[in-house]
Design a protein around this ligand. Structure first.
Ligand code: MD3
Ligand code: FE
Length: 211
């Protein structure tokens, strides 16, 4: 087995934040194939935030609801504003992986209805923010990293708390809930270190119960 695909023991990053190293490594090819299919229907795009800046991260969605932003604000929507059609259906492999990971972290009834798919090319970053557009903060969030490595910034409940730096690699899964759900977090600018199978990109799946 390759070194970078060997599963490791779960690591608690916070009271209710769990890193499952390489948990998704065995499903990675299937996940990436599903991302290709859904992004052929709802393409990756660089949205403009309410502040007026285009995001360096490209994004798309699948599932009943998709996260989007424009000059008017952040929100979840059932229709892709770019295609005028519903977002592509959530692939079965996404749902199965998210539920298995949530269960490993102690959440037995996770029913995600939204999956945000972020694509990072070298230099792309995600500045420190909170995820607070979802209706029910008791529901966990499951995130899956694929492709190039990234440094995840893991902050506190206030923006001023200096974030810890957590390296994330291909196949890593994070599950967040409870008191850690509203932590500030972000991704440092990606270094240009191509991944053996995905090349010069990082894909992140974030599965949520949004509605
Ligand atoms: C911690 N995405 O899409 S995923 C996002 O790698 C987002 O693309 C990052 O932050 C990425 O909103 C980080 C890990 C993650 C997701 C949600 C969280 C960490 C979180 C919610 C609360 C605390
Ligand atoms: Fe986030």
């Amino acid at each position: 087995m390759q070194l970078d695909t060997a599963p490791e023991l779960p690591q608690a990053l916070g009271p209710q934040a769990l890193l499952l190293p390489r948990f998704a490594a065995a499903d990675a090819d299937e996940l990436v194939a599903a991302v290709r299919r859904l992004s052929a229907v709802s393409p990756f795009r660089h949205l403009v935030t309410p502040g007026g800046f285009a995001m360096s991260v490209g994004l798309t969605n699948c599932g009943a609801l998709g996260w989007t932003t424009d000059r008017r604000g952040y929100r979840y929507a059932g229709i892709d504003p770019e295609t005028g059609q519903p977002w592509p259906a959530m692939p079965t492999v996404f749902l199965r992986l998210a539920q298995t990971a949530a269960r490993a972290a102690g959440y037995d009834r996770f029913e995600p209805d939204a999956c945000l798919v972020n694509r990072y090319l070298p230099g792309a970053r995600l500045s420190l923010h909170q995820d607070r557009n979802e209706r029910d903060f008791t529901q966990p969030i499951v995130s899956v990293s694929l492709g190039m490595r990234a440094t995840f910034l893991f902050g506190g409940l206030q923006r001023a708390v200096k974030p810890a730096k957590i390296p994330l690699q291909h196949g890593d899964v994070l599950v967040w809930g409870g008191s850690d759900r509203l932590r500030y977090h972000g991704i440092m600018p990606l270094k240009d270190e191509p991944h053996p199978t995905l090349g010069g990109q990082r894909i992140n799946l974030t599965l949520r119960k949004a509605g």
